[in-house]
Design a protein around this ligand. Structure first.
Ligand code: PGA
Length: 250
């Protein structure tokens, strides 16, 4: 099946209102050059408004980096899915390894957040991936199965409107990237795991690779048959690099 490539920028906790506006403006105007792919950028919560404004007449879509699993109520400091949708988000990253490791997002919280996102009309980008220790111990697949388990229940209902990003933790922000073959091997495993529960969905779901994707390695990663695009951290903070990566996907 032909899956439409998707490139997502995860700006993490960087920038100011002014820099977010400038970066969004650059991506918005240059995104028009790649009509055959989907492009999204995920700024920090506080910059969603200005970025939404810059993207208003562009084909680049808006996303957030996390959300609350709760619908609304007394949850000090949290942001609900409906609020993200209200400000113009189409996408939201859930279960990023930094959230799992530093902010205690459990496997169950990730599933609940993903469900909250879908209920509000957002598409969750569900991140999975192993640490260096897990890779060295040969337990990568085991870990992936555990992270995917809440999503494969009931014929993968929770994945019907979702994207999965494979992000090996050892490759995030380290400059070290999985080789195209290493990425393909894991993507193939994820697709095969989904296929056991829902074959048509396994065929259509987009699987992104993330972890030190740069302009000079993007094309070979995206050339792999089960890699449908990328989740880009550091390189999404420079318009030139991000657009070159979009070019590699297109
Ligand atoms: P990186 O981050 O591209 O800076 O490695 C990727 C991510 O964490 O999504």
């Amino acid at each position: 099946m032909d899956r439409r490539p998707l490139v997502v920028g995860n700006w993490k906790m960087h920038g100011s209102i002014a820099s977010a506006r400038a970066l969004a403006r650059a991506v918005a105007s240059r995104g028009a050059a790649y009509p055959n792919i989907d492009i999204a950028i995920c700024p920090p919560f506080l910059h969603l408004g200005v970025v939404a404004h810059e993207l208003r007449s562009s084909r680049v879509e808006l996303g957030a980096q996390t959300l609350s699993e709760f619908e609304h109520g007394a949850y000090t400091g949290e942001i609900a899915a409906a609020m993200l949708s209200d400000i113009g988000c189409h996408w939201v990253i859930v279960g990023h390894s930094e959230r799992r490791a530093l902010f205690g997002d459990s496997i169950f919280a990730v599933a609940a957040k993903s469900e909250a996102a879908v209920a509000a009309g957002l598409t969750p980008i569900i991140c999975v991936g192993e640490t260096l220790v897990e890779r060295k111990n040969g337990t990568t697949n085991e870990l992936l199965l555990e992270q995917l388990r809440p999503f494969t229940e009931n014929g993968c209902v929770r994945l019907h409107k979702a994207v999965i990003a494979y992000e090996p933790v050892w490759a995030i922000g380290t400059g070290e990237t999985a080789s195209p073959n290493e990425a393909q091997e894991v993507h193939e495993f994820i697709r095969a795991t989904i296929a056991k529960h829902n074959a048509p969905l396994a065929d259509s779901i987009r699987l992104l690779y993330g972890g030190s994707v740069k302009p000079d390695n993007a094309a070979e990663l995206f050339a792999m048959s089960d890699v449908d695009g990328g989740l880009i951290g550091g390189a999404s903070l420079k318009a030139e690099d991000f657009m070159q990566i979009c070019g590699a996907a297109s």
